[in-house]
Design a protein around this ligand. Structure first.
Ligand code: HEM
Length: 464
């Protein structure tokens, strides 16, 4: 930097052009923009948009500085404005001492020992979905994955799948997610107080979902029963002073886990199936691993250690399409970063998407190559250049849960079905709350012959 520079390299969008963009109502393509800024100006790029300062961060060392080393000097910025009306003051949106206490209370619910028991639920729900799939059918893979991860989150959060509420909760959840997604897209455009028709309808959905969640909480409080689900864990959790969460805090945490814990994993799987369909050689390698490890069985947690390639496929899908494509931060006070003054009103987009596709850190960055994540190759990825779950104190609390879920579902599905893309689709990603396909991805299902194993010998042999 030269002393005369006030901000890192970047560009300015004047007031009138900015207004034109705002008033056009067009969706802003955040993914392309973040990448453009990173590729053109580097890992610390600046945009003045009308009178707002934006920074696009895609440099691993800066990620480390902001998310880990100096985490206390930043807040979550615009994300709070977008999500608070939906999720309240839960883990995703709260700050300071309140967040610290909530994180401490919730953390044990995500301990590996505790979530181990969810492995069976994940596999069972996948099998149930597969029972509804038939050879030769066409399915929208993104919708199927959303349905599946939603059913898993309902069961692991509330132990709810037999009650009549599950379907209603599912539908409400989709509406509430749409609300959050819509807010993400409109964040730079509409003030919060503006009561659009969509927002009024969304408030009604949120209120209905609230009432159901409240009922779950009240019923559980009455019985005091530990049903092994996350709600029981949160209800029973106590801080150092013996205090537990009140109903409002529980509601906000439950809503947060619903929102954070289902679309993200569904999207990883959607993209994984998309890439596998595009790369038959990777699919063949994956299928060989899964068949060898499972012998035609449904996967269990114990099988995961024998399926390293499955994990590599998931990791590579998350590199190319990180479900949380970026995290936002704003300084608590004006501060200095690499010699520049960053105003407390600035919006910083820490773009995992731009960083994980940067040729600065990944060779051939747009190619789908799971072998990047072999133990030997993974060591060569610069530290903090691959951060699908974030880093530092606000790192994703559900990352083990999500990795377990994604691997179990992927293995259970490829063991039974080959998915190929219906020809003629132009698949484009868009960033809302997560990175999802703009249009649903259509796949053909082909039921696989069961692998030939000791438990499942070929027909000729078994007839002898
Ligand atoms: C592949 C799936 C997932 C991805 C890629 C993902 C990604 C992330 C990222 C990047 C953050 C950090 C946000 C920030 O620093 O501002 C985060 C936070 C969070 N995630 Fe996830 N997530 C996933 C799945 C889940 C699941 C399954 C759950 C819960 C069941 C969950 C719950 C949360 C919560 C509660 C936070 C806020 C943590 C805090 O600030 O204390 N996530 N996630």
């Amino acid at each position: 930097m030269t002393p005369t520079q006030q901000h890192p390299p970047g560009e300015t969008v004047g007031f009138l052009p900015a207004m034109k963009i705002i008033l056009s109502g067009e969706k802003f393509d955040q993914l392309t923009y973040a990448r453009h800024m990173s590729d053109t100006y580097g890992g610390f790029a600046f945009t003045r948009f009308a009178n707002i300062d934006f920074y696009t961060i895609s440099d691993p060392e800066l990620m480390h500085e902001i998310l880990v080393e100096r985490a206390d000097e930043f807040n979550k910025g615009i994300i709070t404005r977008v999500f608070k009306p939906v999720v309240g003051n839960g883990l995703l949106t709260s700050e300071g001492d309140f967040w610290k206490r909530q994180r401490k209370l919730a953390q044990p619910a995500f301990h590996y020992r505790r979530i181990e028991s969810y492995g069976t639920i994940m596999a069972e729900h996948t099998l149930k979905l597969l029972e509804s799939w038939h050879d030769g059918q066409m399915r929208l893979i993104d919708r199927e994955m959303m349905k599946l991860t939603l059913s898993i989150v309902c069961k692991t959060l509330f132990d709810a799948d037999v009650s009549g509420d599950a379907e209603r909760v599912g539908n409400l959840m989709i509406g509430v997610l749409d609300a959050a997604n819509e807010r993400t897209n409109a964040a730079l455009r509409l003030p919060d107080w503006m009561p659009t028709r969509k927002r009024i309808a969304q408030q009604k959905l949120i209120a209905e979902l609230d009432a159901i969640i409240q009922r779950f909480i009240s019923e559980r409080r009455k019985t005091g029963e530990d049903r092994g689900d996350l709600l029981s864990m949160l209800l029973l959790a106590q801080d150092d002073d013996g205090q537990s969460m009140n109903d409002k805090q529980l509601r906000d945490e439950v809503m947060t886990l619903f929102i954070a814990g289902h679309e993200t994993t569904a999207n990883v799987l959607t993209w994984a199936f998309y890439f596998l369909a595009e790369h038959p050689e990777v699919r063949a390698k994956l299928v060989a691993e899964v068949d060898h490890a499972l012998n035609g069985r449904t996967p269990t947690l114990a099988d995961l250690k024998n399926m390293p390639y499955t994990e590599m496929v998931i990791k590579e899908a998350m590199r190319l399409y990180p479900p949380a494509p970026g995290v936002s931060r704003s300084p608590n006070q004006n501060l200095q970063l690499r010699g520049y003054t960053i105003s407390k009103d600035a919006i910083m987009n820490l773009s995992m998407y731009a960083m994980q596709r940067s040729p600065r850190y990944f060779e051939n960055p747009d190619a789908f190559i799971p072998e990047r994540f072999t133990p030997e190759n993974e060591k060569n990825i610069p530290r903090y250049a691959y951060l699908p779950f974030g880093a530092g104190p606000r790192v994703c609390i559900g990352n083990s849960f999500a990795m377990m879920e994604a691997r179990l579902i992927l293995a259970a599905i490829v063991a039974r079905f080959d998915l190929t893309l219906v020809p003629g689709q132009h698949v484009v990603a868009e960033q809302l709350m997560t990175v999802r396909p703009k249009e649903s991805i259509r796949v053909h299902l082909r039921k696989r012959e069961q692998p030939i194993t000791a438990n499942n010998p070929p027909v000729m042999m078994s007839m002898m």
